[in-house]
Design a protein. Sequence first.
Length: 202
Amino acid sequence: MSDEEMLEQFDDDGNISSRVTRKNKKLDGLFETFDKDGNTELRMNYVNGILSGLSEIFYKGKITTKRNYERGLLNGKGIIYDPSGQVIAKVFYCDGELHGEALYYSRGILSRRVNYDMGFMDGIAEQYSDTGSLINQSTYKKGVLEGTTKYFSPSGELVRVIIYENGVPNKNKSISVSDELIQSKKGKTSTLDKISDIFRGE
């Protein structure tokens, strides 16, 4: 027979500050904390003493974070909100680490797209302007810049290319497109040829 009990704590003014359910001396069920006005601050679920299921964080009664736990670790989708209720981040977790695509927003507009591999930025990362235009595009390998980083003008034109090798920019392979355009007018190698050489590793 299970020994189930609900425990509540109160502040000095008699307002409830937390509420938890225990079974057989272990947290089991809903765990909640409250602010001085009685608004929920934290809502989590436990199964046999281990975090499991939906976890929510609030500020002055408004949701700020939704995440999911499995076997005591963050797993699955997480959503973060600003004080107005707009989404500012959508991320995924695997065994407690950021894993997969992460999207970040500013005033409802996508501002950054990143990929994670067990906590490390890995793959393509993109940053966008307030109008949604691509500003730069980089490649990461286990949290370190590797390969081509491109910078774009507000009109979408490629303006600079930087090649990274183990997090360090290779100055010999990095170019300013505007400088190359000036040089091409003097009869030197064209910008497109130079960029093509870089992407071929020449």
